[in-house]
Design a protein around this ligand. Sequence first.
Ligand SMILES: [Zn+2]
Ligand SMILES: [Zn+2]
Length: 268
Amino acid sequence: MITIGIRVCVLSSSSSGNSSYIETQELKILIDAGFSGKMIAQKLCEIDVNVKDIDAILLTHEHIDHIKGAGVLARRFKIPIYANSGTWEGIGNGIGKISPQQRLVFSNDDFFSLKDLQVKPYTLSHDAQDTVGFSFFHDGYKISIATDLGYVDEKIIHELADSDGLILEANHDEEMLKVGPYPWSVKQRILSDKGHLSNEAAGHALCCLLDKKIPQVLLAHLSQNNNLPELAMITVKNILAQQGCEVGKDIDVSLCYCNRPSKVMAFG
Ligand SMILES: [Zn+2]
Ligand SMILES: [Zn+2]
């Protein structure tokens, strides 16, 4: 099949594993590889993509739910891995030996090109060495991905603005987290500026984007312990409704799942 424009799918996403797929006419890439290599190959198969055709893996940060299968895939299928130097430092030996030719380094805020796709990485506040979000540009379309971030500020809103497709974290419901099973120290970490976005914070971030352009949104990185898919959706819906924005009419919001691919967002 020849792809015109750009296609995006979150293969699976939760606090226990994350991997997304982006495809243009010339390129097929993964953003993060937080499952075993075998499982990622299976998930790609579910959307009719052969893992052998993947051209690159881009990493947002070194947490295991984002890198687990990256080394295996890189070695087995000769796939280059792109990350910033902080993330490479954080990975250490965490994904096994990666040859220098496959170990590529980008700098935050510097655009780089992968064939017909332009990529901009930018800093997110999270408890890893140097976590990034990415915006991807192709043929006049912009796709952004921001998961694993403690808060959204004006700089992040600026990076996400005017996206046609947006993958945004809605990690937890604050009340579920507070009364849930995690130790207090872990709860504090998740709630901190270097933790994760709550459903409420995701809703408020979307409200800040309404006057730029109304994108298609996928809510991602839902906690399996401190969130429920229906709760994430209703919370975001209610917050948007307070701004006069109706989900399903004015804005398209869908969920990512912990065990199956999201809907495919296609542009162009
Ligand atoms: Zn993380
Ligand atoms: Zn994560």
